[in-house]
Design a protein around this ligand. Sequence first.
Ligand SMILES: Cc1cc2nc3c(=O)[nH]c(=O)nc-3n(C[C@H](O)[C@H](O)[C@H](O)COP(=O)(O)OP(=O)(O)OC[C@H]3O[C@@H](n4cnc5c(N)ncnc54)[C@H](O)[C@@H]3O)c2cc1C
Length: 376
Amino acid sequence: MSDPTLDLPALRATTRRFVEREVSPHIEAWEADEAFPRALYKQAGDIGLLALGFPESVGGIPGSAAATLVVIEELARAGSGGLIAGLLSHGIGLPPVMALANDALAAEIAPPVLAGEAICALAVTEPGGGSDVANLRTTATRDGDDFIVHGSKTFITSGLRADWLTTAVRTGGEGAAGVSVLAIPGHLDGIGRSKLDKMGWWCSDTALIHFDNVRVPARYLCGSEGMGFLGLMHNFNNERLMLGAMAVAFAEACIEDALSWTRDRQAFGRSLLSRQVVRHKLVEMQTRTAAARALLEKTIAQADAGAEPVAEVCMVKAYATETLEFVAGQAVQLLGGMGYMRGTRVERIFRETKVLSIGGGANEVLRDLAARQLGW
Ligand SMILES: Cc1cc2nc3c(=O)[nH]c(=O)nc-3n(C[C@H](O)[C@H](O)[C@H](O)COP(=O)(O)OP(=O)(O)OC[C@H]3O[C@@H](n4cnc5c(N)ncnc54)[C@H](O)[C@@H]3O)c2cc1C
């Protein structure tokens, strides 16, 4: 895939160097600590990784979805989805601001985030439900020059340490037309955050956030009241495409590790890879992953050509993440007991499969949306 604005091989080399030097040597410790250092944002910001895909006017580096795919593929080599989700949480937190907010607000929020000096999270999901976004319950009630925000958000990536919480709130009546987006500074009085413990993605922080009558200046409203839902929906397309990209990249990492293990491992006097059952299993893993990659690349090319291929994005996300569930399960099986041990990439990737099938829109919800988009 070509990118008119960026040298993709150079971007790949830069990202690979960053992962080899700054991430891979530490990832086991960060996973065990359930956090990666805040300084990593600055290191990523310094080489332009966080700026990719955002406009130059706010310190960004314009780039296609194909360029973002390159970054995700290289970050995935460290084998930690939590690292990608946490380090790139601005990838879902900032686009609604860019899409909806006025220039002054975008200029206040985006540059420090893209430089890695501030952290941005997206807060949509609520304890009462995440799939049905149009029915969210957190309220923002106008009071003079402020909004008073009351309610809770849950499962929020980077929610513990985010400086900006891009928050979906209800400013109007029932349904999608009553939803708005507020960029809420994380330090405001009345915000309570608590850590949630997870099956996987250990090194990303995930939080339950309470807004207890938090007074938010009205100038932090992104766009006008009632515009939030559309801005969020557009954002979901990018998120889903990138979750699909993560799934494909992790499936490829699983195949790499399973191939290398079965080539070296001897059982009953022969390498595992010499057994037909093992070879067929690996070919099936490769076939499904290649099919997911083909669909992903086709959809990315459509998106980069200016289309908004909503049905295809839903299909990529659902198919790629379920492909990963299959491939990671088979990879653990092929590594045997070693596949069950902490410290192997496939063990961690296997624990991280379910979040990809649930997060960013559960696969059932996305298949429903795809069917509607296809006019069925
Ligand atoms: C680690 C992690 C990080 C996350 N990070 C963020 C974040 O940064 N920001 C954020 O806002 N959210 C985040 N989420 C939340 C995520 O987007 C939601 O979990 C997801 O949208 C599903 O919402 P829910 O968990 O409330 O499930 P529910 O909406 O309660 O649905 C539960 C299950 O029911 C099924 N289901 C739901 N609706 C339908 C339907 N119409 N038809 C058929 N089946 C259906 C699906 O199987 C679904 O998984 C994160 C979640 C996790 C686990």
